[in-house]
Design a protein around this ligand. Sequence first.
Ligand SMILES: CC(C)(COP(=O)(O)OP(=O)(O)OC[C@H]1O[C@@H](n2cnc3c(N)ncnc32)[C@H](O)[C@@H]1OP(=O)(O)O)[C@@H](O)C(=O)NCCC(=O)NCCS
Length: 180
Amino acid sequence: MELVLRKLNENDEQSFLDGAKEWEDESLSWYSFIWKPGMRFQEMLSSLQKETVGIDLLPGRVPHTMLYGFLDGKIVGRVSVRHELNEYLRKRGGHIGYAVAKKFRNKGYATEMVRQAMGYCKQIGISSIMITCADGNIPSWKIIERFNGKLEDRIWDEEDKEMIRRYWITFSSYRSNANL
Ligand SMILES: CC(C)(COP(=O)(O)OP(=O)(O)OC[C@H]1O[C@@H](n2cnc3c(N)ncnc32)[C@H](O)[C@@H]1OP(=O)(O)O)[C@@H](O)C(=O)NCCC(=O)NCCS
């Protein structure tokens, strides 16, 4: 079954609500930054659309697109694409962040979602993609290194009290990986 990474549309309400159930014992922000139980789906769609075009952004937020990974009608995870970096994202967050629900992990879905997200980054003119992850998040940095991410540095994140890795992926380094 082919994984498709795309924006949500008005036909996705049930898939979205079903997908949210997979995050009940983890932070919901891994699934959605906007939606909370009880929020109308249409309201979320319109907020997502505004974020994508950069209207009514909250302080400290940059234009952003949320893409969801669909497999056979089910949402397995999401990728958040920040269209530009600010001071905060440069330190932690970078251009893209991703998450896959527990029951779908370790099947290559995050790797595939990141691969497709890079195509989206290219479309919107990001040629050099920054990705950060916790030093101990082995699956996450394996994904980044699979795409030939170059480690810029490891820095201490005072907010979360952990070491984080900051990587850059360029389209030329990504293409040179024959396995992708
Ligand atoms: C990080 C995360 C997105 C990975 O999703 P996933 O779909 O399981 O990832 P994949 O199946 O594509 O696996 C990626 C790599 O990690 C490896 N991997 C997966 N789970 C692993 C584990 N528990 N321990 C070690 N390696 C693991 C895979 O073998 C694969 O490596 P390979 O390409 O060398 O085979 C997922 O664990 C998650 O959502 N975690 C919570 C949110 C998060 O941490 N997001 C990243 C923020 S930077």
